[in-house]
Ligand binder design. Structure first.
Ligand SMILES: [Cu+2]
Length: 337
């Protein structure tokens, strides 16, 4: 069983682990919101580092000066006391100015962030569940509303509005390369506007402790050129592919006879459950179980045979299946491109 990790050279992997670059890093911005935040982070860090260095230099200089002069500290020299008072007052003034300046900077950064999505091209509802993401593409035409899970395709270079909410506990949506984090709160809707400047895959994860499998609640934003995105959306809106061979046909029947049907939806079949990821096009996704496993026949089998072994506590129970039944169900799901 292979955990999901991008193919990368050793050096690239190290760089990614350092957090400074890679597909999930606030310091490697790939969109205007993340760019604004990265700029703010670096500016705050640089300025605070400069202030700290200055304080250290002054501290060390005064310590040495005191040792050198060796004067009695109880003998006061009025002129030098006044001079010191002026230095302290100036330092207090500079400190206040820096603090006010930084506050203004974050205020204006917030305004820039608020302006990003005013002309959004697409609205996607993201609903947090323990421990996966329901993704719903809104459309004025009901037949063009699409429900999928965990992987969010968006057109690159266009503003996308995400409507964030939750069905159970508070989660937090964070794709660091694209935007800051924002909570998903039951009974409340938060709005997050994002834009990916370039096509690419950006990883994100739940950033608010939400229970046992919080760490395995990953998500992916897949930004594609507009034509590719439109083609993807049209594909996803189609009902599930019909099974093409006897084994897959048996798998489809089994899926409908077993508890799977109570929780999962497969478009175009009687399976209409809504408490678990939509499986209509499961085989077109790159990962399984919210980014926990790569999509493959073996991982699909591992997951269905023992979801509790892979994500203990997750809300998918173990279903008793013999080897043939498991193979049949996988043959069916593999065809759901
Ligand atoms: Cu969560």
């Amino acid at each position: 069983m292979k955990r999901f990790f991008p193919k990368a050279s050793c050096a690239a992997a190290l760089l990614a682990l350092s957090g400074c670059s890679g597909w999930q890093s606030a310091l490697d911005p790939k969109g205007p919101a993340a760019g604004e935040l990265a700029w703010l982070i670096w500016f705050f860090t640089a300025l605070c580092a400069a202030v700290w260095m200055l304080v250290m230099v002054v501290l060390v200089a005064t310590l040495f000066q005191r040792v050198r002069t060796g004067k009695d500290p109880l003998v006061l020299d009025l002129a030098s006391e006044h001079r010191k008072m002026r230095v302290v007052l100036t330092a207090v003034g500079v400190t206040a100015a820096i603090l006010i300046g930084l506050t203004l900077l974050s205020f204006f950064a917030n305004r820039t962030l608020a302006g990003i999505g005013s002309d959004e091209a697409l609205t996607v509802r993201v609903i947090g569940h323990q421990w996966w993401w329901e993704v719903r593409y809104e459309n004025a035409q009901p037949s063009r509303i699409l429900t999928t899970a965990n992987e969010i395709h968006i057109p690159a270079g266009e503003p996308v509005r995400l409507l964030l909410t939750s069905t159970d506990v508070i989660h937090s949506f964070w794709v660091p390369s694209l935007a800051g984090k924002l909570d998903l709160i039951p009974g409340h809707m938060n709005v997050l506007d994002i834009r990916a400047d370039k096509p690419g895959v950006y990883r994100g994860q739940c950033a608010e402790f939400c229970g046992a499998q919080h760490a395995n609640m990953g998500t992916f934003i897949i930004a594609e050129p507009r034509p590719q995105f439109d083609a993807w959306l049209d594909d996803q809106l189609r009902p599930a592919a019909a099974p093409t061979n006897a084994e897959a046909k048996a798998g489809a029947d089994l899926f409908l006879q077993r508890p799977c049907v109570m929780c999962h939806r497969i478009g175009g079949t009687p399976a209409g459950g809504t408490v678990a990821p939509d499986l209509t096009h499961i085989a077109s996704r790159q990962t399984l179980a919210a980014g926990t496993l790569t999509m493959s026949r073996g991982n699909l089998a591992a997951w269905i045979a023992d979801p509790q072994g892979i994500k203990p506590g997750s809300h998918m129970p173990v279903t008793a299946l013999n080897g043939d039944e498991l193979n049949a169900i996988i043959a069916y799901l593999e065809g759901l491109k």
